[in-house]
Every structure is written in C-alpha cells, then in structure tokens.
Design a binder for this molecule. Structure first.
Ligand SMILES: Nc1nc2c(ncn2[C@@H]2O[C@H](COP(=O)(O)OP(=O)(O)OP(=O)(O)O)[C@@H](O)[C@H]2O)c(=O)[nH]1
Ligand SMILES: [Mg+2]
Length: 311
C-alpha cells in the first residue's frame, strides 16, 4: 500500500533538504574546525545535536556509541570526515528503527485510525493524504470528529471530495458520539477503514484529553472494530516542544505512532530521533508538503541521511 518509486526518492531528497540544513551544517562545521578526534570535538558534536533539537538523552547515546565505534581508529591521524559522518548516521538510523513502523491494514475487521495532535499540526491535511493512499486498497470513510469549528468539518469535507472517499459528520457536538454513529454507518456503507479527525488540543486541557480517551472507549466496545492506529501528528517545525506534546498525549491515550509534518519547510526535526528513542514510538509517516501526494512512509535510513546531509 505504501510503495516507493525511484522518482519518489529524488523528490524526497529535494523536499527534505531543509530538514538537513541545520544539523548537517553544524556537524560539518565541527569536523572542519578540528582535524583530530578529541574530547573537544565530541563536546562540539554533542552541542550540535542539542541545538538541532535532539534531546540530551538521545544526544548522549549517539555520542557515546560513536565514541565506542571510533575507539580503535588512530586518533592522532587527520580525520576522515565522511567516514565519521556515516558512523554518526548509522547510530541515528538505529535509534529511528522500530519494528512496528508500518501501518498494516490487512484485517477483515473494520479498522479505525484516530488522528490527534495540537492545533495546526497538520491532522486534517494528513487525513486527506492518507485516505488517498488507503482508498487504493480499502474502502475508506473519513469522519469529522473535530466538532469544535464548522470550518473544520468543511475542510475535511473538501478533502473527502478531492480524494473521493466517503465523508461522515454529525450535528452532535460530542466527538465520541460522532465516532459511534460513524461506525454504525460504516456497517451500511461497507467502509473498511475509518479515519477520525479530531480537534487540535493542547495536552494540558484535561477535558479535551478525556474526550480522546472516550473515543478510544467507544471504538473498543465493538468486537468487530479495531482501533488499529492512534496517530499523533507533530509539526516538524515545533522543535523540542514536540517532545512535551508526546509526553502529554501519551499519558492520556495509547499512541501507536507518529506522523511528522512540514518536513519540507523545517530544519528543526532533530527531535524525531528522541521521539523514537526516548519515547519508544515509531515514526510512521512524514508530511513533505501541502499536496495530495505529499505523505510518505517514514524511512529511517533516508531520514538520518537527510539530517546529516548525506546522499
Ligand atoms: N508545507 C507543509 N504544510 C503542511 C503540511 N501538512 C499540513 N500543512 C499545512 O499546515 C496547515 C495546518 O494544517 P491542518 O491539516 O489544517 O492542521 P490541523 O492539525 O488539522 O489543524 P487544526 O484542526 O486547526 O488543529 C495547513 O495550511 C496545511 O496546508 C506539510 O507536510 N507541509
Ligand atoms: Mg484540523
């Protein structure tokens, strides 16, 4: 369902070039300044990682494993920048690798994908793009669980039209009731995958967070319906702040994966390493633009290379 072509990879490199700029430039600068590996160089690398929004915990692990890898190299020789960059990249790739990074939709049951996150992170847009991918194999219904604003319902409706999938909304203001009705409706329409949009919320608002767990409970009541994915959408430009968003959402609902959006316009996505490593969450999809095709499966190798500006 989520296949990749060669043309696609070329496009990605282009689009991810902003993601790569900050970290790769600062790391390359570190290697440029120093010609030997020493404590100072390792400190400078650590600082570059932290400035690129990688958490202290993740940065420490990268540097300490990197140190282990290079301990057999002769440190008094001039450094081979490319070799070291590729060792760093592999360390980062391992931290981004997760067994469950794929969205799998091969069940016979009705599968629900719930999408949440803070305001403006890219939830609704992601749902439109995701519906466009899934509809190639399964009958999709997208559900306006963002009952907060009429404009939010309209925005999702426009996406439904654009990608030509079924759209469900209700006048009921309670999102859990809307989801309940959408599941009932799916039994009539034969929809196999239900994607639920939710209103943007800060993880600090307890009432709104309870609303999300109420939706989870409604879905879990049906034996023939599975909450297959509970995706947290993080704006790639939000830097370290994204990590506190993870913490708050995770303490209220069972997040199954992360969607990183706006990677076409940010150089602050270093936090992705920590999202994966510190919080043990797979990054499943990345958003690389506002267009219908601009949602792709996450690839730890491509992403870590883009971060370090490697081909
Ligand atoms: N460049 C870029 N823009 C994006 C991407 N994803 C979403 N956007 C834009 O970000 C803005 C917010 O996107 P929405 O999908 O409305 O975000 P949301 O999380 O549903 O917002 P609320 O419902 O208000 O909480 C829109 O202008 C989108 O076009 C992306 O991957 N790249
Ligand atoms: Mg929205």
């Amino acid at each position: 369902m989520f296949e990749k072509t060669k043309a696609f990879f070329t496009a990605i490199k282009e689009k991810l070039s902003k993601t790569s700029s900050s970290l790769s430039t600062s790391i390359t600068e570190v290697f440029k300044k120093k010609i030997k590996i020493d404590e100072q160089l390792l400190d400078d690398l650590m600082e570059s990682l932290i400035l690129a929004d990688v958490s202290y915990k993740s940065s420490e692990r990268i540097i300490s494993n990197f140190k282990d890898k290079i301990k057999d190299f002769e440190t008094d020789k001039e450094i081979d920048k490319n070799l070291y960059l590729s060792l760093l990249q592999k360390e980062i790739q391992v931290m981004l690798d997760k067994d469950d990074s794929q969205i799998i939709l091969d069940s016979q049951k009705t599968l629900v994908i719930m999408v949440s996150g803070v305001n403006g992170s890219g939830k609704t847009t992601t749902i439109g793009k995701l519906a466009n991918i899934i509809k190639k194999e399964k009958k999709v219904m997208i559900v306006a669980g963002d009952t907060f604003r009429a404009a939010a319902i309209d925005q999702l409706k426009v996406w439904a039209k654009r990608v030509d999938v079924e759209f469900f909304h209700s006048d009921n203001k309670d999102p859990a009731s809307v989801v309940f009705s959408s599941i009932e409706k799916s039994k009539i329409t034969g929809s196999e995958v239900i994607i639920v949009d939710t209103a943007g919320r800060l993880g600090t608002n307890e009432d709104l967070m309870n609303e999300l767990s109420k939706i989870e409970k409604v879905i879990n009541k049906y034996p023939d319906v599975i909450l297959q994915e509970n995706l947290l959408v993080l704006d790639g430009t939000s830097g370290q702040n994204a990590l506190s968003q993870i913490e708050k959402f995770k303490s209220n609902i069972k997040i199954t994966g992360i969607v990183l959006t706006k990677l076409d316009s940010t150089s602050k996505a270093g936090f992705a390493i920590s999202a994966s490593y510190d919080y043990n969450l797979p990054i499943k999809l990345i958003g690389i633009g506002e267009g219908i095709e601009d949602l792709i499966p996450f690839d730890s190798e491509d992403f870590s290379k883009a971060l370090l500006g490697l081909d």
